[in-house]
Design a protein around this ligand. Structure first.
Ligand code: B3K
Ligand code: ZN
Length: 893
């Protein structure tokens, strides 16, 4: 395999100004006529034209209407004798290429493929080369004209990017549609769709009076599940114009849903293609989480229209330029739609939870890479939580350093400078800094950009000391960053630390540093730039409790030797909701680590009475939001706990967390019962965050009530859960009740699962939940692996459908550690079989599953040796894809 390096970037030798594509669509043999207008790039030395291609049958090549000589080199089509090559001229010339491909056989779902009889494309990152020979790189931007021809009864709807300029009937029952995209774009944003689809549409008028048509296309029968996606799209259009002054630049904006899709969705210009999971929802089939995900993914893809499409990436090393920024934008969008500051805080906590449970492990593992990587073997492996979620945190820190208005100014300058261009992460950071002279960002820009170049999660150690005689409080903040593959030494980062001080009674204290003229209560933003810095606060009357890194102002691990009593003060009184939640997490984590590390059997009561009392106070609190209570009362995930350990015994981690949960179930029994009654609600379904929070808390209560019942042999609560499962008016309540039965191991779980299957046998997304619930259930005596093998024999298990495969395999291998990490190595053997099998037809899905063993080096024996062996078995397979090979090679290093 060849490795691509960022430092080797060179501008293309040719530009492709325009492309005229004509498709004769046929599942087994699609004909593609590609007519391009090219011109030499005068800025680079004379070179032959090398066009990328993959799995294509080449029929004809013509230059300026005549024959020409060419050769094949690897997959590339090389043309040496082109006009202007000898004399250095830059006159444009025409190149015509005729190829065929086989969409029905395309199981990778990259390029042109067929899903349930409908044609779809996926071109990012390098799929366009599977459609025609091209300069398949994001810095080549062209004007597209696309003509689609197909049989009319099978493919009545023919879509591509831009505006429909012509359509009509052809001979033999065929018809055509011609689309012109008014915006130049890189080929990874090309898309076409052809099939039997129905749509919902909506006209919207922009601020300047321009009219736009919004459309959502789905398979016949799914139209009643498109309202929420359309509402989310309309809200996105309004938000981007209001918050950033970015209007919709197209007459028509389309979303199309497909059930066979490798990722979540794709931002093709004017023709977004979505996984059905992020489009289809009605109250009967989708949960609150689905509704929230649809809102953010629809927003995300729509916001790419400016951050990604109007300004794109120079090369794929700059991927976070569009992804980190667009995740930041979709996070802000969802926050701005929140009804209250506490709902915003809930959203922030949820985002941080993803970062810490998925990205921190990646940053500490064999695939750790900077937000702007230096090299890759397969770019598809770099659509990671680091590029996306850590990238979003880097953008968020910029906003923190220049302020919200300053950030909006920076975005404006970014578009003034680079609209219509393919640029770099440096260009973006420079624009934000230049729009904010004198800001902390501008003052430290080269150092700040280490967030782009250095991998690993920085650690910030905070040490406070109170001097009663002087009435001073000194706070020393020191930073360090662990080594990561290829990076042994790290330089200090620029770390914004939002902080406040509380009295032991929980009062927010005025903050005054020696050089400040006055004291101010509330959050102050301190920017840590040195390896270690000490702050001295004056006029402090009593020893304070520091509230640090408020709202999680930087993606770091904060180490602070809080006493339990101090954490209880923060949990009860901090004005920063994030840190209230964080205090509870720290308290729980502390007890978990103690129980895991002490010798002997797992204690039956790992939690202390003070913690239980504090949880009761939160649960019963009259003013806190239900959604916030749900987060506080949810224990840290097993994977998050595991990350804090030097050596991990997944069985012990699981047993301790289960013991903690059982203790909370028992000792808060009356409180859970109260909460369930108080929050269960029965009105008409609305997906708003307040109602969703109430349902989430009622669901959490029901799970604990069933767990406690299982412990004591009581059958009242499982009976109630079964009743609720049967009678629920929406999927969220129904699924939560089913989950409570499954998680608590109730005898009623089996009939409930059967009933659920009968109810939803024709609803693919609901069936995915059914599979995932069983693959993710608590392991009792090693029963889950056999269950998973059985699930794979189920007639509804479709191994080639990525959603279905993930619902069973990813859930088992990544979301059910105690079931997966078996002392008999059965989980690892199963993993290696699945990775190798899937790699044969879909390398992207296989490579994602391969990441399940990233952290094998942290495992205790016998897991560690068995995991290594399984990875080595995969690595030894001779015909692995680049995708999987890169993952297992790094893992074994
Ligand atoms: N940009 C696409 C991801 C494409 C992944 C290709 N392997 C989705 C998104 O981030 O919006
Ligand atoms: Zn994206």
């Amino acid at each position: 395999t060849t490795v691509v390096r960022r430092e080797d970037y060179a501008a293309p030798a040719f530009w492709i100004d325009s492309v005229d594509l004509s498709f004769d669509l046929d599942p087994a043999k699609t004909r593609v006529l590609n007519r391009m207008r090219l011109r030499r790039n005068p800025d680079v030395p004379t070179q032959p034209l090398r066009l990328d291609g993959e799995d294509l049958n080449l029929a004809r090549v013509m230059v300026n209407g005549g024959g020409c000589s060419f050769k094949m080199d690897g997959g590339q089509l090389v043309l040496e004798n082109l006009p202007g090559l000898d004399d250095g001229g830059t006159e444009p010339f025409d190149l015509e290429i005729f190829t065929t491909c086989n969409p029905a056989k395309n199981t990778q779902l990259m390029g042109l493929y067929v899903s349930q009889g409908t044609f779809f494309t996926q071109c990012e990152a390098e799929g366009f080369r599977r459609i025609t020979y091209f300069l398949d790189r994001p810095d080549v931007m062209s004007a597209y004209t696309v003509t689609l021809k197909a049989e009319k009864t099978l493919y009545p709807v023919l879509l591509s990017n831009g505006n429909l300029v012509d359509s009509g009937d052809l001979e033999d029952g065929r018809h055509f549609a011609k689309w012109v995209d008014p915006h130049k774009k890189p080929c990874y944003l090309f898309a076409l769709v052809a099939g039997k689809l129905v749509h919902r549409e909506q006209k919207v008028i922009a601020r300047n009076g321009a009219e736009h048509l919004l459309q959502v296309y789905v398979r016949p029968g799914d139209l009643d599940k498109t309202e929420h996606a359309m509402n989310s799209l309309m809200a996105s259009v309004v938000w981007d114009e209001a918050r950033f002054g970015l209007p919709l630049d197209l007459e028509r904006f389309m979303i199309v849903a497909t059930s066979d899709f490798n990722m979540g969705a794709m931002e093709n210009k004017g023709l977004n293609i979505f996984n059905t999971k992020y489009v289809l929802a009605n109250p009967a089939t989708a949960t609150d989480t689905d509704y929230a995900n649809i809102e953010s993914v629809v927003g995300h893809e729509y916001f790419h229209n400016w951050t990604g499409n109007r300004i794109t990436c120079r090369d794929w090393f700059q991927l976070s330029l569009k992804e980190g920024l667009t995740v930041f934008r979709d996070q802000e969008f969802s926050m701005d739609l929140c009804p209250s500051p506490s709902a915003r805080a809930v959203k922030r906590i949820e985002d941080v939870r993803v970062l810490r449970t998925a990205q921190f492990p990646e940053d500490a593992g064999p695939m750790a890479h900077p937000v702007r990587p230096d090299s890759y073997a397969e770019i598809n492996n770099f659509y990671t939580v680091t590029i996306y979620e850590k990238g979003a945190e880097v953008v968020r820190m910029m906003q923190t350093l220049v302020g919200r208005d300053g950030f909006a100014r920076g975005m404006k300058l970014y578009f003034e400078r680079f609209d219509g261009q393919a640029v770099t992460c440096d260009d973006f950071a420079q624009a934000i800094a230049d729009a904010n002279p004198g800001s902390e960002l501008a003052n430290h820009l080269p150092q700040f950009k280490r967030w782009y170049s250095q991998a690993g999660t920085p650690r910030v150690k905070a040490e406070g000391a109170y001097n009663a005689a002087e009435r001073t409080y000194t706070l020393t903040l020191s930073q360090s960053c662990p080594t990561t593959p290829g990076q042994d030494h790290k330089e200090p980062f620029v770390i914004p630390v939002n902080l406040g001080l509380l009295s032991h009674e929980g009062r927010e204290l005025p903050l005054q540093l020696a050089h400040w003229s006055n004291a101010e209560a509330g959050t102050r933003n301190f920017v840590l730039t040195q390896a270690s810095e000490t702050l001295t606060f004056i006029n402090v009357d009593a020893e304070p409790v520091p509230s640090l890194l408020r709202a999680f102002s930087a993606p770091v691990v904060l180490e602070c030797d809080y006493t339990d009593a101090e954490l209880l003060v923060l949990l009860a009184h901090d004005t920063d909701a994030f840190n209230r939640w964080e205090a509870a997490q720290r308290l729980a984590l502390r007890r978990a680590l103690k129980a895991i590390n002490e010798p002997g059997p797992v204690p039956t009561e790992p939690l202390n009475p003070a913690f239980i009392t504090a949880m009761r106070a939160v649960l019963r609190h009259p003013d806190l939001d239900a959604a916030f209570k749900d987060l506080v009362l949810t224990l840290p995930a097993e994977t998050y706990i595991a990350e804090q350990l030097a050596e991990v015994d997944p069985q012990r981690v699981h047993a301790v967390r289960e013991a903690m949960r059982a203790q909370m179930a028992r000792q808060l029994f009356d409180d859970w019962a109260w909460a369930f009654e108080a929050f269960e609600g029965n009105g008409a379904y609305s997906p708003d965050s307040t109602s969703a929070g109430r349902r989430a808390l009622a669901g959490l209560a029901l799970t604990h009530l069933c767990l406690a019942a299982a412990d004591s042999g009581n059958t009242v609560w499982p009976g109630k859960a079964y009743q609720r499962f049967k009678d629920a008016g929406n999927m969220t309540d129904r699924f939560n009740a089913l989950s409570a039965l499954v998680v608590s191991g109730s005898e009623l779980a089996k009939p409930a699962l059967q009933r659920f299957h009968a109810l939803f046998k024709d609803e693919a997304l609901a069936l995915d939940k059914w599979f995932a619930l069983q693959a993710g259930a608590p392991d009792r005596g090693g029963n889950i692996l056999p269950t998973v093998r059985q699930l794979m024999q189920h007639p509804d298990f479709q191994p080639r459908n990525p959603n279905r495969a993930r619902s069973v395999l990813t859930t088992f291998c990544q979301a059910n550690p105690a079931a997966f990490h078996r002392a008999d190595a059965g989980g690892y053997v199963f993993w290696s079989e699945r990775v190798m099998d899937i790699d044969g037809f879909n390398p992207q899905v296989a490579a994602r599953l391969a990441r399940a063993l990233d952290r094998w080096k942290k495992l205790a024996e016998p897991y560690r040796s068995a995991a290594r062996e399984a990875i080595a078995r995969v690595a030894a397979k001779p015909d692995l894809s680049n995708d999987v090979r890169e993952v297992v090679t790094h893992a074994l290093k």
